[in-house]
Design a protein around this ligand. Structure first.
Ligand code: AHM
Ligand code: MG
Length: 336
């Protein structure tokens, strides 16, 4: 049986869709880093990789050892290849500068190196989320340090987005702007093999994902919507819904890309100054691009996530994404 590896798929993309060779190389290198992270994650206690550091990241969250290792793996893999003008990560306050000894390139890479890291120690799926933008203007040829401004582009400007999920299987789910493909890591061969040709989110669903423990802090439209979901077939939506919450966005989104559903992390009253928990640039935007490319929708309750003009690198955003009908319903409740 002839199998399409990620490398072969990317080469075919350069031929059929004019994907630039440097973007192809960049995605290959990110995938290689994800293999290394997958390997580290799978060692667990045997590799001495579980547990926390004594440090906090820029968001004030305690860093896990694997958060820090995954960040380093991605930086080291991507800094020398000549495709990037800079990188930004959940784990770093400021943009990462490509060391002067390496050539610079035309793209910007952003990532959450290990999303869902509160799940690492309990052996539940985690993942890496990434987003690729073009560096505006000639920013890659400048000798000056690359500022945050270069990254502050709406999600519509993404040229690639994806995630790796480290679960029972390691998979890479990718979009280059023309549909969504899923690749499963063949651990014996060490290559990602195309296993999911055309990932589509079903338009309607009967499954939702939200952290219900925050219910008392939600805003009225979300309270109303979730009450209706819980009311089941005798309520206004006239059907029974099932609930799942893995607390790893990658795993929840992966389920939705596989069998439909709606994922919500609304803004709430716990920290009124922050519009939600999830980060726009390296969580919500890449996931929104994947979901839209798979026929779903993604909003912050009032507008399409990918249209938001970011104001800062680590900006937070409310997230409603998944099956179109449900995302449209909860978005309409925000406008009512
Ligand atoms: P992280 O990037 O620090 O891992 O946080 C993001 C995670 C998401 O993966 C997940 O959807 C959410 O936080 C879970 O939050 P909660 O613990 O409130 O359920
Ligand atoms: Mg995260």
């Amino acid at each position: 049986m002839s199998r399409t590896t990620l490398s072969r798929y990317l080469i075919e993309q350069t031929r059929s869709h004019d994907t630039p060779a440097d973007l192809r190389f960049l995605v290959e290198v990110v995938a290689r880093a994800c293999k290394a992270i997958s390997h580290a994650v799978s060692k667990g206690a045997l590799g001495g990789v579980l547990g926390s550091m004594e440090t906090e990241n820029v968001q004030g969250e305690v860093q896990k050892k694997l958060d820090v290792m995954s960040n380093e793996i991605l930086l080291e893999a991507n800094e020398w290849g000549g495709t990037l003008a800079g990188m930004a990560s959940e784990e770093m306050d400021k943009p990462y500068q490509i060391p002067g000894r390496f050539p610079k390139g035309a793209y910007l890479l952003m990532f959450d190196p290990l999303d869902g890291s509160s799940n690492i120690d309990v052996n539940v799926s985690v993942g890496t989320i990434f987003s690729v933008l073009r560096c505006p203007g000639e920013c890659f040829s400048q000798n000056d340090a690359l500022g945050e401004d270069a990254f502050l582009q709406p999600g519509t400007q993404q040229v690639a987005a994806g995630y790796a999920i480290y679960g029972p299987q390691t998979m890479l789910v990718l979009t280059l702007g023309n549909g969504v493909k899923g690749f499963t890591l063949d651990r014996e061969l060490g290559s990602f093999v195309l296993t999911h040709e055309n990932i589509r989110v079903p338009e309607s669903t009967a499954e939702f994902a939200i952290n219900m423990s925050n219910q008392r802090h939600w805003e009225a439209p979300v309270k109303r919507y979730v009450e209706e979901l819980l009311a089941g077939e005798t309520g206004p939506l006239e059907k029974n819904y099932n609930m799942r919450w893995i607390a790893s966005m990658v795993a929840d989104v992966h389920r939705i890309l596989t069998r439909g559903g709606i994922f919500m992390y609304p803004r709430d009253a716990r920290e009124p100054s922050k519009p939600g928990k999830l980060r726009l640039m390296y969580e919500a935007n890449p996931m929104s691009m994947l979901i839209e490319q798979a026929g779903g929708a993604a909003t912050n309750g009032t507008q399409r996530i990918m249209d938001i003009q970011p104001q800062s690198l680590h900006e937070r955003v409310a997230v409603f994404l998944g099956s179109k009908q449900e995302v449209e319903r909860v978005t309409a409740y925000h406008k009512a």
